[in-house]
Design a binder for this molecule. Structure first.
Ligand SMILES: [Mg+2]
Length: 318
């Protein structure tokens, strides 16, 4: 490290400066002090570990910082909540310089600004590799958090956005030497995912019975939701929205899309889908199947054939 810890902390305070609602004491004191609102608190934490979750030679510190925030905010979004405050404990290896840390914090700040939350504290330590352990504290209206456990037979299954772009981006970057615009958009999606906070609140507001963010692939995350709810499901493969460069396998099993998967009563889903149209006229929500009694998962292919859906068969991208 080319700067002292105190100099680094002083620089970090400058990057993070700015008064935010609800923050009484922010970065630089022994602990942060925040004033909760009237809702329930939503707490989540997740660590990104060098060598396991990222390769420093393949990502910029700015993108990495933003991603560390987004993957945690995505879990708050999946409860129907909005993020408020962020803590980050990081370990830095000896070959990291001050400029890299400033870029990382800059990316965290950009993401926090985009989600209207604030980084209020953290910790720096030396380690053999870089790890970023982020905690996000969010808020949801009292008693209104949407869990994984409320799906009921007859509900329809919806997903936000498009699936598979992050996996397609990783594949394209590893296998191609030239990239067109669609390739670059997919690579961007892998490096800089967006948490679907507004969509999560829209789904919660329309009566979502269960919700989960798609971090490990549609198949695995649908299976997790169904097992928490004690239900089965049928997915129409032809209805799954594919990213522009994604294969079906990447859309079903690729992971790291950070879109939301939710279940709703069918009339409520129709209203939600009709209201989830973005400025460009693109529908941001699609119905891909329905919830069944029992515990079995099925997929219906485009020719109408129904077969068991095997999420583990989609797991080879992990
Ligand atoms: Mg999650």
């Amino acid at each position: 490290m080319d700067v002292s810890e105190d100099d680094l902390l002083a620089a970090i305070r400058k990057v993070l400066a700015g008064a935010v609602d609800g923050v009484v004491v922010d970065v630089g004191d022994d602990a942060a002090v925040v004033r909760p609102g009237s809702g329930d608190l939503v707490l989540t934490t997740d660590a990104l570990v060098e060598g396991t979750h990222f390769d420093r030679s393949l990502t910029t510190p700015r993108d990495l910082g933003a991603k560390a925030i987004s993957v945690n905010v995505s879990d708050v979004a999946a409860m129907g909540g909005s993020p408020r405050h962020v803590l980050c404990a990081m370990t830095l290896s000896d070959d990291i310089d001050g400029a890299w840390v400033m870029e990382l914090l800059g990316g965290m700040r950009e993401a926090c600004d985009a989600y209207a939350c604030s980084l209020v504290g953290g910790n720096l330590a030396r380690g053999s590799e870089v790890t970023l352990a982020v905690t996000v504290i969010g808020e949801v209206a009292r008693g209104r958090a949407v869990t994984r456990a409320g799906a009921r037979p007859g509900d329809v299954i919806v997903v936000t956005g498009e699936l598979g772009s992050a996996a397609a981006g990783r594949r394209i970057r590893a296998t191609q030497h030239r990239f067109d615009e669609g390739d670059l958009a997919s690579i961007r999606r892998a490096e800089r995912p967006t948490a679907r906070v507004a969509e999560g609140q829209l789904l919660a507001g329309h009566g979502a019975t269960a919700m989960i963010d798609i971090s490990d692939g549609l198949g695995l995350d649908l299976k997790r939701l169904c097992s928490e709810s004690g239900v089965g499901a049928r997915v129409r493969i032809g209805a799954v929205p594919l990213g522009s460069r994604a294969t079906l396998e990447e859309a079903l099993g690729g992971g790291e899309d950070y879109e939301l998967l939710a279940t709703l009563p069918s009339e409520a889903a129709a209203v939600a889908v009709a209201s989830a149209i973005d400025e460009a006229g693109v529908v941001r929500l699609r119905t891909i199947g329905e919830v069944l009694a029992g515990a079995d998962l099925f997929q219906v292919d485009s020719d109408g054939a129904e077969e068991p859906l095997d999420p583990t068969g989609w797991d080879h991208f992990q």
